[in-house]
Write a protein that binds this ligand. Structure first.
Ligand code: FAD
Length: 287
């Protein structure tokens, strides 16, 4: 289907983009890779009168280390995350999750900013960001602010961003050397969104888990940070009884819809299975 007509704007700076979005108000939407927004416009599920394309804004690009953090420009593509040696060395979880997004054609164009700002619980990076305790840098007509990923998601397509605000960068505190991580995603076929997925980052002290953070994708109206499940695992050797308790705690916070990916009960159980697999791999990788 052809999308409704719209005016196209291509600002060269963040300030220009923010001014445009503030002036144009509710009728304008930022455009990043367009791999969610354009299909939604074609399906007439979105009909913005103005698109403010962020593609020409150099400030929004790049991936670099900033002290003990990884700082990723909102317009870095998912392919750039996968190709980055820095990401592979310091935050392998991010590379692993990005590799499971859609297919190479989507990843060449889809951006990290679009993926985290979109507010779709089916997107893979939001739960990963919650697991990593990332912070989103945002700017709008009210000025700049930093928003914790763990508090960002309100409901389906609803986030803490104001209408005129854009995400400019994602800041990820580097997990300590020797940490283990894994992202396990169940999908019906290559290129599909998750039926359920789990992200884990943990550290070990000898055989015991010292810290553990867990994110869950597409099993509620928002991505989830399974705080209680992570706490249960701390101090354990990943023994069967403790894993069972942690999985029960993670499953208890899910509330997936029944849809063509399966009934709600099945998707909750698959979140548990993905979590068990991710925990085992992360534990094995941790030093
Ligand atoms: P756009 O489509 O341009 O924007 C998405 C939304 O975010 C819009 O509302 C836009 O206004 C807003 N936005 C964009 N950038 C910003 C910003 N910097 N600040 C504030 N708001 C902003 N994703 C997955 O995670 N996993 C999958 O398995 C997956 N499979 C897919 C399969 C197909 C066939 C397709 C077409 C897409 C798939 N996607 C999947 C989605 C893909 O990752 C998108 O690229 C991503 O969700 C949105 O990023 P974008 O850069 O394309 O954003």
């Amino acid at each position: 289907m052809i999308p409704p007509s719209f005016a196209y704007h291509r600002p060269k700076s963040v300030n220009e983009a923010v001014a445009l979005l503030a002036d144009l108000g509710e009728d304008a939407r930022p455009l990043a890779g367009g791999h969610t927004l354009i299909p939604m416009m074609k399906l007439r599920l979105a009909a913005p009168e103005h698109l403010v394309d962020l593609a020409a804004i150099a400030e929004l690009k790049g991936i670099r280390q900033d002290g003990n953090d990884l700082l990723i420009g909102a317009m870095a593509t998912q392919h750039e995350l996968i190709a980055s040696d820095l990401v592979a060395a310091k935050v392998p979880l991010l590379r692993e999750a990005a590799l499971l997004i859609a297919d190479p054609q989507v990843r060449y164009v889809g951006t990290i900013g679009g993926n985290v700002a979109n507010g779709d619980p089916g997107n893979d990076l939001p739960a990963v960001m919650m697991c990593l305790n990332a912070v989103y840098h945002a700017i709008g007509k009210g000025g700049a602010q930093q928003l914790a990923a763990r508090e960002f998601y309100r409901s389906v397509y609803s986030t803490a961003l104001e209408a005129s605000e854009i995400v400019t960068a994602v800041r990820i505190p580097l997990p300590p050397p020797g940490h283990g991580s894994a992202y396990e995603k169940l999908k019906r076929k290559i290129g599909d969104y998750a039926t359920a997925a789990a992200a884990v980052v943990l550290t070990r002290s000898g055989d015991r888990i010292a810290t553990c953070s867990i994110g869950l994708t597409n099993v509620a109206e928002t991505p989830l940070w399974a705080e209680e499940a992570g706490k249960i695992l701390v101090g354990s050797t990943l023994d069967g009884a403790t894993v069972k308790k942690a999985i029960a705690a993670a499953e208890a916070i899910t509330s997936p819809a029944s849809d063509r990916r399966g009934p709600a009960h099945y998707r909750t159980k698959m979140a548990g299975v993905m979590l068990a697999r991710a925990l085992a791999r992360a534990y094995a990788h941790a030093a």
